[in-house]
Design a protein around this ligand. Structure first.
Ligand code: ADP
Ligand code: MG
Ligand code: ZN
Length: 478
């Protein structure tokens, strides 16, 4: 029997508002524990939440970016459960009337484009954080930090439209890129600002009915998402092949062991005793807010990629790399403007610049090389003043010192010899010193061209322009 996997993702994205969803506390990451809390986010009796308008705008922007319908009326609901990091005993979320629903996201795979349905995007508040075990003050205790309590989240729920871990990864990356382009989420998985639960089931290929799913949690990198899903698919196939049944449950991924392990049996919606939040009015979103948000949407990653391909004629691969962030894409466009050379500019940025930035763990906004400097470097290579190899060395110096390429070439005495008379004399000397090889070349052993090029390079300490050398050698030997 052949099986296929069915995967649906629930993604939580922390919104980059300055204050929390229902109070004025700061959302800043990494502050001392429990310094960003107040009566409201601590859930003291009798306090009243007030909705953060900016968070609503951010959620609407995301909804529009993934083609969701924004509901004019939505309702906040209490989701009741007990957690030590949830002092209220309930989380304010949205349930049967979410802010937005029914969208889709197109993802690009090697096999082509695939549309993934988005069921809904709703707003909710984050819970606090528990710290236990090693690395904290006293490993015998667990600690709770409530700074995160009440930080705004959107939960983006997909349809069960994915079939492989690669598709899930591509979907997640595309979602994250959009959130970061919109500047509404940092997208940082390690800090937990962008989190994903994966629902996985299997069914015989060709079957319509969905199998029983397991929900996977605790995957804080794209790599772990893939590993966890792949492990889980195989685990379920093994169960079914051995005559067993998959049980519905929540499983935790253990990244050290590369396995998923049962955490708890899956709770059902009715376990949460959802009911409309009595302290908040229904949320009414007017058309004006939606249209304002729509008019502020930036060019999104996929649109930018497509425009780069059609406008600059660069390969899809280049376009993908260059649009990885808005800042990099902007830098690339400024370089093209300065050089008039889309593909050469792409080569310099993808090949050299990104390598250097990565070595230093830096971002393109820290890049000291101006677009104009890259333009003059390309110009010098074109004119034959320096070789391509020299240019790479110059580029590294430009990166380290921020100096102009001409200045670096001059101070290093690096210029290339392109003068035909000068090279002609040197080459005549080399031919005269190697009469047998010249004879053999003329008799048809054309591979000896390499030998003469090598000798010329040696004689000029690598400074001869290879194009000119080849041309003169052909004349003089031919
Ligand atoms: P629950 O109520 O258990 O949270 P939902 O219906 O809300 O389940 O779905 C949660 C997520 O699980 C969604 O992303 C959905 O696409 C996905 N999902 C639902 N059923 C399955 C299934 N049988 N296999 C894989 N994913 C599923
Ligand atoms: Mg769910
Ligand atoms: Zn607060």
């Amino acid at each position: 029997m052949k099986y296929e996997a069915v995967i649906g993702l629930e993604v939580h994205a922390q919104l980059l508002t300055d204050s929390k969803l229902f109070c004025g506390c700061s959302t800043k990451f990494g502050s001392d524990p429990n310094t960003q809390v107040c009566q409201i986010c601590l859930g003291m009796p009798g306090v009243l939440p007030v909705l953060n308008r900016k968070a609503v705008e951010y959620a609407v922007k995301m909804a529009l970016a993934v083609n969701c319908k924004v509901n004019h009326k939505s309702v906040f609901a209490r989701k009741n459960y007990f957690y030590p990091d949830l002092p209220k005993g309930y989380q304010i979320s949205q349930y049967n009337e979410p802010l937005t629903e029914k969208g889709f996201l197109d993802i690009d795979l090697e096999a082509g484009r695939k549309r993934i349905g988005i069921t809904r995007i709703h707003m909710e508040e984050d819970a606090g954080k528990l710290l236990h075990g090693e690395g904290i003050e006293d490993a015998n205790y667990s600690f709770v930090d409530l700074n995160r309590t009440g930080v705004p989240l959107i939960e983006i729920v997909s349809e069960p439209d994915m079939r492989t871990s690669e598709e899930a990864q591509a979907y997640l990356r595309a979602l994250r890129d959009i959130l970061v382009y919109l500047e509404i989420c940092s997208g940082n998985m390690e800090e937990g600002s962008f989190r994903c639960d994966a629902n996985v089931s299997i069914r015989p290929v060709g079957a319509e009915k969905l199998g029983t799913k397991a929900e996977l949690k605790n995957m804080n990198s794209f790599k772990f998402v893939k590993e966890a899903i792949d492990y889980e698919i195989q685990r379920q196939i093994d169960i079914v092949e051995n005559g067993g049944k998959v049980v519905q449950e929540t499983r935790l991924f253990d990244s050290a062991k590369g396995i998923t392990a049962s955490m708890r049996s899956k709770e059902e919606a009715h376990d949460y005793r959802y009911f409309p939040e009595p302290d908040l009015l229904p949320l009414f979103v007017e058309d004006k807010l939606i249209e304002d948000c729509r008019s502020k949407l930036p060019e999104l990653p996929q649109q930018k990629r497509e425009r780069f391909i059609s406008e600059y004629g660069i390969p899809a691969y280049d376009a993908g790399v260059l649009t990885a962030t808005k800042e990099l894409a902007h830098y690339y466009e400024s370089v093209v403007k300065a050089t008039g050379e889309p593909k050469l500019s792409s080569n310099w940025i993808m090949g050299e610049l990104l390598r250097l930035l990565k070595e230093d763990n830096k971002d393109v906004k820290d890049c000291p090389i101006t677009p104009e400097a890259i333009a003059s470097l390309i110009e010098m290579v074109k004119k034959g003043e320096i070789s391509g190899k020299m240019a790479k060395e110059v580029f590294e110096d430009m990166y380290k010192t921020g100096k102009a390429p001409a200045e670096i070439v001059k101070s290093k005495g690096m210029s290339q010899i392109s003068n035909e008379d000068e090279l002609g004399k040197i080459i005549e000397g080399i031919i005269a010193a190697n009469p047998e090889n010249a004879e053999r070349y003329r008799a048809g052993k054309v591979q000896l061209m390499g030998f003469f090029v090598g000798e010329t390079m040696k004689a000029t300490k690598g400074q001869a322009n290879p194009g000119v050398v080849n041309k003169i050698l052909k004349q003089k030997l031919g």
